[in-house]
Design a protein around this ligand. Structure first.
Ligand code: HEC
Length: 93
């Protein structure tokens, strides 16, 4: 009986740990992609201090994609646009 209780507890802890790591990764990924791609030519601050709507960021990121072909994939661009739109919303301007 005691052994089973311990096993159940261990399984619960492992599950909790896995869920936590997954959640953290999900939140970190967009910022990491943004930092990796958007600080290659200039500081990433340039984008973080700007407020644009979705259309504005789509245009900007498209422009940046063209500056170095095959550096920012369309999939990364989409993630970066989502990230920047959410940052702009936080800035509230
Ligand atoms: C290949 C180099 C390069 C990369 C990579 C790059 N940029 Fe730029 N960026 C530039 C240059 C050069 C300028 C100077 C102004 C111009 O030409 O538009 C600039 C200007 C900007 C500006 C100011 C002008 C504007 O249109 O608002 C923003 C904001 C910006 N970049 C955001 C980003 C973001 C976001 C990313 C990542 C998706 C990125 N940049 C990646 C080269 C780059």
């Amino acid at each position: 009986m005691k052994k089973i209780t311990l096993m159940v507890l261990a399984a619960a802890l492992i599950t909790l740990g896995a869920v936590r790591v997954k959640a953290a990764g999900k939140n970190d990924a967009p910022e990491q992609i943004f930092k990796a791609k958007c600080s290659a030519c200039h500081s990433d601050e340039i984008a973080l201090h700007m407020n644009k709507d979705r259309k504005g960021w789509e245009d900007t990121v498209k422009l940046m994609q063209k500056k170095r072909p095959n550096f920012i994939s369309d999939q990364d661009a989409k993630i970066i646009v989502d990230f920047l739109v959410s940052q702009s919303a936080k800035n509230g301007k």
